[in-house]
Design a protein around this ligand. Structure first.
Ligand SMILES: Nc1ncnc2c1ncn2[C@@H]1O[C@H](COP(=O)(O)OP(=O)(O)OP(=O)(O)O)[C@@H](O)[C@H]1O
Length: 376
């Protein structure tokens, strides 16, 4: 059962769950406006110091204003659990909007973390379910049924992720009686190896290259570049850019979500143990895996993984275990996009490959440069 009230908000409905918590549609009882309320649940309740820091950090975010960046209204703490009130987006996450296949690794790390790599708090980009045509339909662009693969109504509540389950409870208020250990995914054994991908979930080449889809893809990527240019210009790094952190509304306006959160979670020892990395494996740049300092170019790497997936229908690196994935990200070259999608857009493919270069200096250096390259 979701909580009925969180701070000054009345909870109306659960919108979805991710690794860090649950997002509710809620009513601000002061203004009667509807908001999206994210209640973090991935760690122990905040102490006063951490709660103050959360409030300070989110004051900075609340000052930001850009059409492609989700508006953050306020942060608060409810019974020790931090929450974040933000603009309610009526739309789809990028994963559903452009049909990205969603198999990913789902292991909270244990003691088997290799030397030299930080241990990792969460891994899964978990907003994937069987995709949906509902948004295309709502835009008046019905699509052929593609073997019934994309039948989910993405506006519905999504099931809690396996990752979230691994923290013991999807709702912190329900979890109050749980011991600290039960909320700590690190003590849990590694999950069984990921199931082999269902080939029927891979988009066919003609579906990937449909002109209408490519138009949406380009438009979305350009808006994402604008959002990244804006936050990087304000000295922020997203750190957890992935398809479920990008939403597209009914007017096709893109919103970048959840920036700042990864840094807060990574920094705060009240929520994570010191040195824990926050992010999603598949989209993490090599320097993030290595625990090196990050800058905007790390987000550009994540953008490149997204673009690669959108163009080829599969991620650049696909492994059964986190260690294997890290090894690939650090050491191997991904297959050329155009080998996976013979009729893919060559310029977009070039951009994707340059974005996922291992050395930040070899990538595009700014989101503005990526925008230019995608506009050519
Ligand atoms: N501002 C918003 N407006 C409308 N729906 C939202 C909003 N923010 C999140 N959602 C919905 O809630 C779901 C869960 O969001 P959440 O951010 O918790 O998950 P996530 O991005 O998959 O994971 P993570 O917490 O690791 O980033 C999203 O997939 C989206 O469907």
């Amino acid at each position: 059962m979701p909580p009925k009230v969180i701070g000054p908000y009345r909870v109306l409905q659960t919108l979805g769950s991710g690794g860090a918590g649950t997002v509710y549609r809620a009513l601000d009882r002061r203004s009667n406006d509807e908001v999206a309320l994210k209640l973090l649940s991935a760690g122990p309740a905040l102490d006063e110091r951490a709660a103050r820091r959360l409030a300070r950090e989110f004051e900075t975010l609340a000052d930001l204003s850009h059409p492609n960046v989700v508006k953050v209204f306020e942060a608060g703490v409810h019974q020790g659990w931090p929450y974040l009130a933000m603009e309610l987006i009526e739309g789809l996450t990028l994963r559903h909007y452009l049909d990205i296949r969603g198999d990913d690794l789902i292991s909270p790390m244990s003691a088997s973390t290799p030397r030299g790599l930080l241990s990792v708090r969460r891994t899964v980009d978990d907003d994937f379910g069987p995709g949906s045509d509902s948004f295309s339909d709502s835009l008046g662009e019905p699509r052929p049924s593609m073997d019934g693969l994309f039948s989910m109504d993405a506006f519905n509540e999504e099931p809690p992720s396996e990752d979230l389950n691994s923290y013991g409870a999807s709702d912190p208020l329900e979890a109050e009686s749980e011991s600290d250990e039960s909320m700590d995914g690190f003590d849990l054994p590694l999950p069984p190896p990921r199931k082999p991908p269902d080939p029927s979930r891979t988009l066919r080449e003609e579906d990937l290259n449909r002109p209408e889809r490519m138009g949406r893809l380009k438009d979305t990527m350009l808006q994402l570049c604008e959002a990244l240019a804006y936050i990087h210009g304000h000295g922020l790094v997203h750190r957890d850019l992935k398809p479920s952190n990008v939403m597209v509304d009914e007017d096709r306006q893109v919103r970048l979500m959840d920036f700042g959160l990864a840094k807060f979670l990574a920094d705060d020892v009240a929520i994570t143990e010191a040195g824990k990395m926050v992010g999603t494996y598949r989209y993490m740049a090599p320097e993030q895996i290595l625990g090196e300092p990050l800058d905007g170019r790390s987000d550009l790497y994540s953008l490149g993984v997204i673009l690669y997936e959108l163009l080829s229908g599969r991620p650049p690196f696909d492994a059964k275990t986190p260690h294997e994935l890290w090894r690939q990200v650090l050491e191997t070259e991904p297959p050329p996009v155009l080998a996976l999608n013979l009729h893919g857009d060559p310029q977009f493919a070039r951009v994707a490959h340059r974005l996922i270069r291992k050395e930040p200096d070899d990538r595009f250096q700014t989101a503005e440069e990526v925008y230019e390259a995608l506009s050519e």
